[in-house]
Design a protein around this ligand. Structure first.
Ligand SMILES: [Zn+2]
Length: 451
């Protein structure tokens, strides 16, 4: 590690934490060895923490008092079976009950308002209490270390809406402590990417961090322009599905491993890839479940991702449906030493599934790889499911687009969706990413087993 990085970690970070009165460095110490504990010990500790949260939520919020009373009489002795009876918390529940979910015992100045970027088009307002935010900060650092980064080292962040220059305090904090260099994903044109490349050459980051697709775009830009190499120690891809072809390009261009990570603004980090390449669930602050048709999904079977945040007492999130689908693995141990369960794969959003008239569910991620990737004439594509037997293919034509492409689309559509699925092609000039910087390949307007 560089001398300046060490100085930030050993001197500036502790001083800053004292000045802010933030305990995250203490939490960081408490988390040492947490991921290597025996599974039984982890589960027993989680149950204790869960009971504490249930007692608090039932006593201090109207929403959970009602919700829990139908399932259990005494939250202090709740069992895993009773926990599994608690109705899932949906985004609609939160929208209609925000105030009733906030704990009366937590002072308003300890509540941090969060507005999610709204991956499904509608954003969500919620609160995270200050203590929870400090735990999340510490936990994230423990997972950052899996990618080769540690506190105090330079970060290149490809991210939407950077706020580090919002005021001089934030600016100073960034220069001295967090050391982020941003490329705004909402302004990723050639000029900005060239400027960013120049900065990273001058001040090489230890880690590159960003949305999978934005990292991919930046890597491809460097490759196509033949720009001199940027060689971080590691790369963290987060917030959205990382496709194999994106990972391959990013790893080739930057010459290092990509650590894939999954999380959301509501509960922060949900899963992170370890050095062995397995996506471990975050057992430090969360209980994570996979639910299909109201029951736990079997290993290898897709299920809606449901999380309980063990730290947010300000506005408890108990059995919250994130809106994404994942596949739990069979529970075999990982060679990295971490005992937290592994997620076999992240399948993307609930609303990204296409349902065929034959009753098959095809995830957006598999369609990207088995449909769009086979069409060289298509520059960009989006599939919108309007009805059970009707799709709209929105297509941006590339230089190789021809009558042959149209025939290929017809053949692939019959193969993937069956002969009963009708479709229409809509040619467009561009397909915009959403406000969050995410790009959606599939949008379905129909319900599925995860919804
Ligand atoms: Zn592992």
């Amino acid at each position: 590690m560089s001398l300046s990085g060490l100085f930030v970690r050993k001197v500036i970070a502790p001083l800053w934490a004292i000045k802010e009165g933030t305990p995250y460095l203490r939490h960081l110490k408490a988390l040492e060895g947490s991921k290597q504990r025996p599974v039984e010990e982890v589960q027993a500790e989680q149950l204790q923490r869960l009971r504490r949260l249930l007692v608090h939520a039932a006593a201090h919020t109207d929403f959970y008092r009602e919700r829990l009373s139908s399932v259990m009489e005494r939250p202090e002795t709740a069992t895993w079976e009773q926990f599994a009876q608690i109705p899932l918390l949906t985004k609609d529940d939160i929208r209609s009950n925000k105030e009733r979910m906030v704990a009366r015992t937590v002072p308003p100045d300890r509540l941090i308002p969060v507005k999610t970027s709204g991956s499904t088009g509608v954003s969500l307002d919620l609160f995270i209490d200050e203590d929870s935010a400090q735990w999340k900060r510490a936990v994230t650092i423990t997972y950052d270390r899996w990618a080769g980064w540690d506190l105090g080292e330079r970060v290149g962040a490809i991210w939407g809406n950077p706020d580090n220059r919002a005021n001089w305090r934030m600016y100073l904090r960034n220069v001295l402590l967090t050391r982020y260099e941003y490329l705004d994903t909402l302004k990723m044109d050639e000029r900005e990417m060239l400027r960013y490349h120049r900065i990273l050459r001058r001040k090489p980051p230890v880690i590159l961090f960003g949305h999978a697709h934005s990292l991919f775009l930046f890597a491809r830009f460097i490759q196509q322009k033949g720009l001199p190499a940027i060689t971080p120690r590691g790369i963290i891809s987060t917030c959205m599905v990382l496709h194999d072809f994106e990972r391959a390009t990013i790893e080739k261009v930057f010459g290092c491993r990509v650590t894939n990570r999954y999380g959301c603004e509501e509960v922060s980090l949900i899963a992170c890839e370890c050095p062995e390449g397995n996506m471990h669930l975050n057992g430090d602050t969360l209980i994570v479940e996979f639910i299909r048709d109201g029951k736990p999904a079997k290993p290898g079977e897709a299920g809606a991702i449901v999380v309980t945040d063990l730290t947010n007492y300000g506005m408890p999130f108990i059995r919250y449906k994130v809106g994404d689908v994942g596949i739990p693995s069979d529970g075999t141990t990982c060679a990295c030493g971490c005992t937290y369960p592994v997620m076999e794969s992240l399948e993307g959003r609930v609303a990204d599934y296409v349902v065929t008239p034959d009753g098959n569910y095809i995830s957006g991620i598999s369609l990207t790889e088995n449909f769009a990737m086979h069409l060289p004439g298509v520059k960009q594509m989006q599939i919108v499911q309007e009805k059970i037997d009707f799709l709209v293919f929105r297509i941006v034509r590339g230089a190789l687009f021809s009558e042959r492409t149209v025939a290929d689309i017809d053949r692939l559509a019959a193969e993937r969706f069956g002969s009963r699925m009708a479709y229409e092609i809509e040619y467009v000039d561009s397909i915009q990413s959403e406000r969050s910087g995410k790009y959606r390949f599939c949008i379905s307007k129909l319900p599925n087993p995860f919804s």
